[in-house]
Structures are given as structure tokens and as C-alpha cells.
Design a protein around this ligand. Structure first.
Ligand SMILES: [Fe+2]
Length: 196
């Protein structure tokens, strides 16, 4: 599935955002908390959007009939990044595609990072292949998107606080539209989004 408008993304959040994430919060809570961390860090708009949308592959999986416990795809990062390529630049999609690998990287190079992972993240780490080996570490570090992916990953790990009140989804619509327009998509006269 490839998104062709911001409205489709918002619709997906409205349909599936209240579903449970694999921690004690909802999918939408997690996305908003990650984006709030990016905002608080004065991250560029593309990285704020990446933080907000990094797990959209999970929502697409739920819509396709999967569950958190039994997803259809075991690579939500790839599904999510691919779904956004028509609307957003690689500065948004690359950190999303790399955020699982960034976790595997950080667990390989930072012992303290590994010990700080939540129970859910530790369980998924094993399914995702565990810490990168030295050759994989070197390859990851050579990727120009590695730093952004690691920043996103750390916000991802922080964005699991039950009951935390943060900026709502609507507060990110202008950020998403701005990135969409910068990607070359024409926006309609009333600002309602891309024409197609
Ligand atoms: Fe996440």
C-alpha cells in the first residue's frame, strides 16, 4: 500500500490508533510521544514526521488483518517506509526504514542501551536478529541516515509512558503538509492536501 494523501494517513490513525501497542499505551500515544520528543529536541520537520510515522507499518498491518501478537509482516519498518515514499522525501522515510536496524546497532555498541530496553523491545530484538555483528555495525555507520535513525530510535524507546499528555495529532498536520509540498506534490487551493 502506498499513501497518496495526508488524509489517508490521518484516517489510518483514526481507525487503528486506539489499538494497543506492545507496551501499556496505544499506537497513537506512542506515535505522539515519539514526535513530542523530536519536537522538544528541535529536530527538523522531516525527523519530527519520521518520529510520528515510524510505526505506521504496524497500523497498516492491523488494517490488513494482522495483530500485534501475530503481524502479517515481520518488517514493519520496511512496509511503513515504502508506504510513505510517494508523499515524503527520503529524509522522512530513511530513518523509518532504519529504526529497527538502529536498535540492533545501539544494542551492539552501547551495553547501557541494551539494559535500558523495555520488555517488549527486548522480546522483539530477538525476533529482529539481535545486536548487529561488527561488519554490520560498520555498514550501518556508513549509512548517511544512521544518526537520524539512532535519534529516532531513542525517542522510540522513550515514547512508552502511560498517561503522558502531549501535543495532539492535529498539531502535526502542517508539518506533514509542508514536507509533502516540498516533495513536489501539488497541494489544493484550500490546503486540503495533494491533488491526487
Ligand atoms: Fe516505535
Amino acid at each position: 500500500m502506498t499513501f497518496s494523501s495526508i488524509e489517508e494517513i490521518l484516517g489510518l490513525f483514526h481507525r487503528w490508533g486506539t489499538d494497543h501497542y506492545d507496551e501499556d499505551i496505544t499506537q497513537l500515544d506512542h506515535a505522539l510521544q515519539c514526535a513530542a520528543h523530536a519536537r522538544a529536541a528541535d529536530a527538523p520537520p522531516s525527523l519530527i514526521a519520521a518520529a510520528l510515522l515510524h510505526d505506521i507499518g504496524h497500523l497498516l498491518d492491523l488494517e490488513a488483518g494482522g495483530t500485534v501478537e501475530h503481524p502479517i509482516s515481520s518488517h514493519h519498518e520496511d512496509v511503513g517506509a515504502a508506504s510513505l515514499t510517494g508523499l515524503f522525501p527520503t529524509s522522512v522515510t530513511a530513518p523509518i526504514a532504519l529504526h529497527v536496524r538502529a536498535k540492533r546497532y545501539l544494542t551492539a555498541v552501547e551495553p547501557a542501551y541494551l539494559s535500558g530496553l523495555s520488555t517488549g523491545s527486548l522480546a522483539s530484538l530477538e525476533r529482529q536478529g539481535g545486536p548487529l555483528d561488527p561488519a554490520q555495525v560498520a555498514t550501518f555507520e556508513s549509512n548517511p541516515g544512521a544518526n537520524d535513525a539512532c535519534a529516532l530510535r531513542r525517542w522510540d524507546d522513550l515514547g512508552k509512558v502511560e498517561g503522558l499528555v502531549v501535543d495532539p495529532l492535529d498539531s502535526y498536520v502542517d508539518v506533514l503538509r509542508g514536507l509533502c509540498a516540498a516533495s513536489g506534490w501539488p497541494t489544493s487551493a484550500d490546503g486540503a492536501g495533494p491533488l491526487r
